[in-house]
Design a protein around this ligand. Structure first.
Ligand code: GUN
Length: 313
């Protein structure tokens, strides 16, 4: 633990993500050379939500850069649930597609769970299918959701000791909080999961050696949540569009203020950055922390899916 520092050391997710992407690119080339197989990742986007469109394009671009075949299936917002299911079934049957990702959220009225359960578990690179969730639960190989898997990779590659540490996860979503808790448990942490109904949330969080903030509320995790020297991982990502909020979170940070003035926004996480920098031992920045790891782990899962398709483990 970095107890003596006045400023938290940066946990550079971007650098870890780059390393992982390089390994995936090498693995893709090797699979092509040995088996003539190019990993294929298909992303299904329903509707034209601007944020989802950007995420999906970034995933496609990153996969191509790693030597994969990647494509986006774009469906209009009014596509019926049955038509989405048919698209997924067609991709399940296509041997050139090793990984399928259906971008969430789906339009109102579409049963997301039914769509997720249609994805073949061997192509479920998001790790959202109940079979993969169950595999994670009992500790047998399967696909693990990309964001929590990326957090573990980052902590390990930065030689953060996990065994025996008290990890507190704030958030209990199926995508981040619950799988994060299971992965930390697998690494021999003592795990506490907190949520909006937790009594004395700051008091519980402040017991953590490792604090994972996945609450979805801008800047909520302030100094009162952070034990001095703790490792703080910020999974949140929020657009900030007004200078007053920037000042509340970042103080007189000219770069951030300039971004709001010229580009209209900057991004921040669930953790109050100035508070955390003065108290944590290690901290993930936003942007450049957890975000890039999510895509890197998606690519790793897609490569694993392609390798398994030819009988490699
Ligand atoms: N929407 C936001 N994050 C994710 C993700 O990791 N996977 C999918 N499929 N949709 C998302």
């Amino acid at each position: 633990m970095n107890l003596n520092a006045e400023t938290a050391a940066v946990l550079d997710g971007k650098a870890t993500a780059k390393q992982i992407r390089q390994e995936v690119a090498a693995g893709s080339a090797e699979l092509h050379a040995s088996h003539g197989v190019v990993p294929g990742l298909t992303v299904v986007l329903v509707g034209d939500d601007p944020a989802s469109s950007i995420y999906v394009r970034n995933k496609e671009k990153a996969a191509k850069k790693c030597g994969m075949n990647s494509s986006i299936v774009s469906l209009p917002a009014n596509t019926t649930e049955d038509a989405i299911i048919s698209t997924v079934e067609r991709l399940n049957a296509d041997p050139a597609v090793h990984g399928i990702l259906v971008q969430l959220p789906l339009p109102d009225g579409v049963d997301e769970q039914r769509v997720i359960e249609t994805i073949h578990p061997d192509k479920d690179v998001d790790g959202f299918h109940p079979q993969n969730a169950g595999r994670l639960m009992i500790g047998i190989p399967g696909f693990v959701p990309c964001t929590p898997a990326g957090v573990i990779e980052m902590l390990k590659r930065n030689e953060i000791e996990l065994k025996g540490k008290h990890a507190v996860v704030i958030g209990r979503s199926n995508i981040v909080g619950k799988p994060m808790a299971l992965l930390l448990l697998r690494e021999h942490c003592t795990v506490t999961v907190c949520h909006s109904r937790t009594k004395d949330l700051p008091g519980v969080a402040a017991q953590a050696d490792i604090l994972i903030a996945a609450v979805g509320r801008l800047g909520m995790v302030d100094a009162s949540f952070i034990r001095p020297g703790a490792v703080v991982v910020d999974v949140g990502i929020h657009r900030v569009e007004d200078e007053e909020t920037v000042r509340r979170l970042f103080g007189e940070d000219e770069k951030r203020l300039e971004a709001v003035r010229t580009k209209g926004s900057t991004v921040a996480g669930d953790v109050h950055p100035v508070d955390a920098r003065g108290r944590a031992g290690w901290l993930t920045p936003v942007p450049g922390g957890v975000g890039p790891l999510t895509i890197a782990m998606l690519l790793k899962n897609a490569l694993d899916a392609a390798r398994r398709s030819v009988g490699l483990d």
